[in-house]
Design a protein around this ligand. Sequence first.
Ligand SMILES: Nc1ncnc2c1ncn2[C@@H]1O[C@H](COP(=O)(O)OP(=O)(O)OP(=O)(O)O)[C@@H](O)[C@H]1O
Length: 341
Amino acid sequence: MIQIKNLSKLYQTKHQKIQAVDNVSLNIDHGEIFGVIGYSGAGKSTFVRLINRLEEPTEGSVVMHDQDITKMPANKLRKKRQKIGMIFQHFNLLWSRTVYDNIAFPLEIAGLSKAKRKEKVLELIHLVGLSGKEEAYPSQLSGGQKQRVGIARALANDPEVLLCDEATSALDPETTDDILDLLVSINKRLGLTIILITHEMHVIQKICHRVAVMESGKVVETGDVLDVFVKPQSKTTKRFVQQLNPLEHEKDKLSDFINDRDDSEVIKLHFIGNRARRALISEVAKKFDVEINILQGSIAPTQEGAYGTLFIEINGEKTILQNAIAYMKETGVEAEVVEHA
Ligand SMILES: Nc1ncnc2c1ncn2[C@@H]1O[C@H](COP(=O)(O)OP(=O)(O)OP(=O)(O)O)[C@@H](O)[C@H]1O
């Protein structure tokens, strides 16, 4: 487990003090994919760099497998860092070295023999799907391939933790998905703990088990990804969740499709996990004397199951309508009545 306690970073420039990370405390479990999301300037990069002490904290501690990283002397820290892999938005590859030599680099530093290096590098190249590209230079690779090299290099010394600093932000959506799939498969195959920072909720939705939302250096919300999606508490989290369903915050757009009769209600349904498979709408329509108009909906897979939202307008006699809504709530599907214009 990684225990982060009261971690803070204050930058003091000539003209101002910036509290980049402000008293952050988190526990990250072994083998989980933990996401940190925030807008630009929230303190995400600083936070992730405090974990491996690329930045020195002003206060607080980072305890990784019972070792306090913040108190380690330089030589011990150097050794420990070999067990903390890191990948970056702009890959940070050595441009004059081939794919093979980039991946071999951390193994050279760790003092592995040439034969051992070769064995490990070829295994990693296979793992990240770059077989055949051993002799290519970074300039001859696509963005996704460059990041695969970055991942292989980060895994060279069998790390306990992989830190990902906006690792997919420079990639197109399709390549982003490929890299995220690769991270999930590495997490499963190697049981590797992954901490990733991002400003995209899609990344959190697709691969994270838990998420922390950062704002002005503080963690304003944290929890299981599905819980945070269904019941976002802070304003910032709500904005991030809306990224997944951009139409949702444009409620006035919905109103174009609403009949808005006296005997109608607009309901937002949240389907979580296996409940997303239930044919709830046809069930309700058969069971109750109501009419249901589907306004809009979306569904997204997460690591903990599917998460879907559906906006419906439901018409019927008042008591029947209330009974139908109560029935939907009883099934465990979150149903909230939406105020509309
Ligand atoms: N070396 C530094 N010296 C002074 N201020 C810094 C330094 N690094 C970061 N900051 C400031 O700390 C705050 C947090 O920056 P940080 O890069 O951690 O945020 P972020 O959430 O990663 O944003 P982005 O996604 O834009 O990189 C910002 O106000 C930034 O200007």
